[in-house]
Design a protein around this ligand. Structure first.
Ligand code: CMC
Length: 427
């Protein structure tokens, strides 16, 4: 059996044979299919990339039908149970789990980059008191581009590594500053005695106590959430990271774009939207009416559905377990009952069943964040902290590929044919 596809062009009666590799044909192989020699050649039309692989990647594997997610081959459930976020970030970047010495070196490297330049404070001061933290986050990531001129040397692997470590190290500090600005509290400097996530909690929530001690259950829960959000192959924001990175822009500029993509309610902004939706529903007896309104086309059930998963999102399963651990410490979030009822009804309703709409990562995460004391506006920022590891790993994979080219899709032009300019007086 040959690994080829035979195509007959019924316009010309000609046959073409194109190779199949990894269950994929190359779109460029279609270009030879022409009606006449001056013809541009056949293209594919795939808005929103429903069926187009934009890269070859060895980082994350998803089987959407079976609900499988693996980073570098490791099942997400095992990483969530046994690994830390820092180990996971190393795994995504380097392809293997670190040994003791490698992990210690990586942690040291991260803690060496956790501080922000003092001017960042002034930069953040410029935002209005009610600025959305995600807007502050993505702008500040972009502003870092002006602090590290060496980051422009994107062909230098060592420089790329430094920027990747810097970004993973600094995003919790940026997020914490964005939050403290939002609530009008003074910024807190990092404490290198604490873990990556423990220190983040310190930078967020420290008050006047001399040493902040994070609650270990909440610290672990947030670390698990970072692991679950760390990468998700070629989603909207990662595609933005790769798309911008493909122009050789520095990673701060590229990641500002990725974070902007993440901020949308159909992507990382969904966790915030879920919380607002649950609050708006308000009580259990309002759930059926809300489901009906969604079915009638009045908005979407936020936190449900996914482009790739057509079964239960495996991250949502882990998050549900984590929620129970968190609620034992914080007390049960009263919105949980509304969420559970929404899920129960939706999973039995033909509208959702026939469209294969299941809870995704964002459905329960907001309940945990809220119970931990986060304002809903911070939820997408928390997503961004975890996803930074994936963004920089994907960026590194892109930049280390010697065959890479600038991302530049084609279009199908549907506008006017050539026409002559009409002077203003004649219009
Ligand atoms: N509620 C109600 N109907 C929905 C939903 C939903 N959440 N999601 C999809 N549908 C319907 C949609 O109306 C369409 O119905 P029809 O065929 O009758 O027109 C059908 O299901 C297919 O939807 P689609 O928009 O073609 O699916 P997509 O793959 O383009 O969109 C999605 C995926 C995640 C954008 C979408 O499911 C959605 O908007 N979900 C709500 C927002 C959300 O939770 N986003 C977080 C995604 S996971 C984390 C992340 O990526 O950041």
């Amino acid at each position: 059996m040959a690994d080829t596809l035979t195509i007959t062009d019924n316009r010309t009666g000609k046959h073409y044979e194109v190779p199949i590799a990894d269950d994929t044909i190359r779109a460029m192989d279609l270009r030879q299919i022409k009606v006449n020699p001056n013809d541009f050649g056949l293209m594919t039309y795939d808005p929103a990339f429903l069926n187009t692989a934009s890269c070859r990647s060895a980082i994350t594997y998803i089987d959407g039908a079976k609900g499988i997610l693996r980073y570098r081959g490791y099942p997400i459930e095992q990483l969530a149970e046994h690994a830390t976020f820092v180990e996971t970030a190393y795994l995504l970047l380097d392809g293997e789990l670190p040994n003791d010495a490698e992990l210690a070196a990586f942690k040291k490297d991260l803690s060496g980059h956790v501080m922000l330049h003092e001017n960042i404070k002034k930069f953040i001061e410029g935002f209005r008191y009610d600025a959305h933290p995600m807007g502050i986050f993505l702008s500040t990531v972009g502003a870092l581009s002006t602090f590290y001129a060496g980051a422009k040397d994107v062909d230098n692997q060592q420089s790329r590594r430094r920027q990747s470590v810097r970004l993973i190290a600094k995003v919790p500090s940026i997020a914490a500053y964005a939050y403290r600005h939002h609530v009008g509290k003074p910024y807190i400097y990092p404490d290198s005695e604490l873990s990556y996530t423990g220190n983040f909690l310190n930078q967020l929530f420290k008050r006047t106590e001399p040493i902040y001690r994070p609650n270990p259950v909440l610290e672990r829960a947030l670390d698990v959430l970072f692991i679950l959000h760390a990468d998700h192959e070629q989603n909207c924001s990662t595609s933005a990271m790769r798309g911008i990175g493909s122009s050789n822009a520095d990673p701060y500029a590229a990641m500002a774009g990725a974070a902007a993509a993440l901020s949308g309610p159909l992507h990382g902004g969904a966790n915030e939207a879920v919380l607002r939706m649950l609050t708006q529903i308000g009580s259990l007896d309002q759930v059926p009416a809300f489901v009906e309104s969604v079915k009638n086309g009045d908005g979407r059930l936020m936190g449900f559905g996914h482009r790739v998963y057509k079964s239960y999102d495996p991250r949502a399963t882990v998050i549900k377990e984590t929620a129970n651990q968190v609620f034992e410490v914080t007390g049960r979030n009263p919105l949980l009952d509304i969420a559970l009822e929404l899920e129960r009804i939706a999973l039995e309703d033909d509208y959702f069943v026939s469209r294969k709409l299941y809870p995704n990562v964002d459905f329960y995460s907001g309940l945990i964040y809220q119970a931990m004391g986060f304002d809903p506006a911070m939820f997408p920022v928390l997503f961004a902290i975890g996803r930074t590891a994936g963004w920089v790993a994907q960026w590194e994979e892109l930049l280390s590929d010697p065959t890479r080219k600038i991302a530049r899709p084609r279009q199908v032009y549907i506008g006017e044919a050539a026409r002559d300019y009409v002077p203003l007086s004649a219009r």
